[in-house]
Design a protein around this ligand. Sequence first.
Ligand code: GLU
Length: 309
Amino acid sequence: MKCTTEQELVKLVKRSKPFTKDGKVADYIPALEKADPDKLAIAVYSKEDGCLSAGDVGETFTLQSISKILTLALAIMDAGEDHVFSRVGKEPTGDPFNSIAKLESQVPSKPLNPMINAGALVVTDLIHGETSDEKVGRILQLIHDMTNNSSIGINYEVADSEFESAHLNRALCYFMKQHGLIDNDVEMLLEAYTKQCSVEVNCKDLARIGMVLANEGRDPETERKIIPRYIARIVKTFMVTCGMYNASGEFAINVAIPAKSGVSGGILSLVPNQMGIGVYSPPLDPKGNSIAGIKLLENFSSQYELSIF
Ligand code: GLU
């Protein structure tokens, strides 16, 4: 399907640009505060056209919570679906991404889904590796395979800043360790988690990862299987139900395609069997989603009638 052109993407970026003035760049991880709030970019990857892009596509940023969909896929490959979902649930929360509240009210204690921080920490714990470097090495390998870009690495300034300021995530881990949900040493796990969140990419990388998921886990150029189809489907379903934090319902109505956002301002989205999409704009709404990024996706989805529903 011929979906779009770079000229059309340029127009869409221009239309959404005024929204970069709204919202606030994340500052609870000190290194994220340095992002330029004016940046806005989109990349769209399809089998027919390869990668088309517009705006500040050269900008790099860290994956943050977008990494949660990749670690979920890897943990299911490593530990098996049953074991992963014995430790993390499948339901949206309605709470902020870093909330601790439901951990205590759920009996037995179990994070509600793998897209909130508590669930993502449990998931990273289940990825094979004796050390944080081994875990992170395997996460990076998956990212290199999905992007076909082996130069992707970690932004250590962000990783260190996040590790030092991860008081809430530490609290979540120690709480869950007490309840038998975490096997490994908490500091080792936090090191792996903060590094997975600090993997540095650009919009084109996000779009290609989205295309692999859209293509049922296969490389769009070689058709090599990177992720089993049933796992790609689980991941895409979580993107719809929980990918945009506690604004996932509104996003599903207004934009109507699977997506996962991160507090750096990136959003990875896709249309099943058609395309992967990456957008970037750092200022966030109070729930942690990129305001101009959502606007751009909303306009793109409505212009090309991309709704999956
Ligand atoms: N590294 C961030 C955290 O754990 C990820 C949050 C996000 O992007 O939603 O707080």
